[in-house]
Design a protein around this ligand. Structure first.
Ligand SMILES: Nc1ncnc2c1ncn2[C@@H]1O[C@H](COP(=O)(O)OP(=O)(O)OP(=O)(O)O)[C@@H](O)[C@H]1O
Length: 244
């Protein structure tokens, strides 16, 4: 695998259930995701977007295929090894924020370090907190924050370990347009000026147009791979898939 790839996956098959009730969510997906790039995964409901994201992030197992994160073969790891890789090398941002309600914003951001016993890089913490405009919210609990602020805390938490890849599953799905735009601008900036790698699932062509590349899934297979997608190109591609 080239060292410019953050993730390289071949022949991914993911099935849910057994026998007649079995559903194939991923049907032999091959995908390479470049380092320092922002990639979006789009496609109709049920096309396998979340399954792909969860498998690439080591949150779920594939039935067949190989996933490499840098030089680590995720698909060869035990559950215990995988959880260490997830904590140290992968960041997550979910639609539902997934913050700990009893912890302050600062404690939530630092949680991966508390679990690990490692010390955070304080300069990096300051930079991330300031970029996300969270400085005066660090002592607040999630219930005292707006949805947009909560998602910015989740972004800070995802970024703080300087992960190899940040996975975001519909990160703007529960946000108003303005808060959503702030989160997307930050994800874009984390790629452009902080050198991060981001993979995001979204239904929204306006959100997806922030990316460097758009992958389209249909029935668990990659059917299109568009570089530098504009809103118009994405809307057109989605319309074609829906009428195909
Ligand atoms: N836990 C599960 N048990 C059984 N089937 C599942 C499970 N999770 C997903 N599926 C099925 O796998 C297929 C792909 O689902 P997935 O959630 O990956 O699609 P998606 O493109 O992310 O959909 P959406 O846009 O609606 O979130 C669907 O047919 C779905 O019903």
């Amino acid at each position: 695998m080239s060292s410019t790839m953050a993730i390289s996956a071949t022949g991914l098959v993911k099935r849910y259930g057994v026998g007649d009730a079995s559903v194939t969510a991923l049907a032999r997906v091959d995908v390479e995701l470049g380092k320092g790039a922002f990639t979006v995964v789009m496609g109709p409901s049920g096309s396998g977007k979340s399954s792909l994201l969860h498998c690439l992030a080591g949150l779920d197992h594939v039935d067949e295929g190989t996933i490499r994160l840098g030089d680590i073969e995720l698909t060869a790891l035990s559950d215990k090894e995988l959880s260490v890789v997830r904590r140290k090398r992968i960041g997550f941002v979910f639609q539902s924020f997934n913050l700990m309600p009893t912890l302050t914003a600062e404690q939530n951001i630092l949680l991966p370090f508390d679990l690990d016993g490692a010390a955070p890089d304080r300069d990096w913490f300051d930079l991330v907190v300031d970029r996300l405009g969270l400085r005066d919210r660090l002592g607040h609990r999630p219930s005292q924050l707006s949805g947009g602020q909560q998602q910015r805390v989740a972004c800070a938490r995802a970024l703080l370990t300087k992960p190899d890849v940040i996975f975001a599953d519909e990160p703007t799905g529960n946000l108003d347009t303005r808060s959503g735009a702030e989160v997307l601008t930050f994800l874009r900036e984390s790629v452009d000026s902080l050198g991060q790698t981001v993979v995001m699932v979204t239904h929204d062509p306006i959100a997806a147009a922030h990316a460097d590349r758009a992958l389209f899934l249909v029935d668990g297979a990659v059917v299109a791979d568009l570089p530098d997608p504009t809103v118009e190109v994405l809307v057109d591609a989605l319309r074609k898939l829906e009428t195909a």
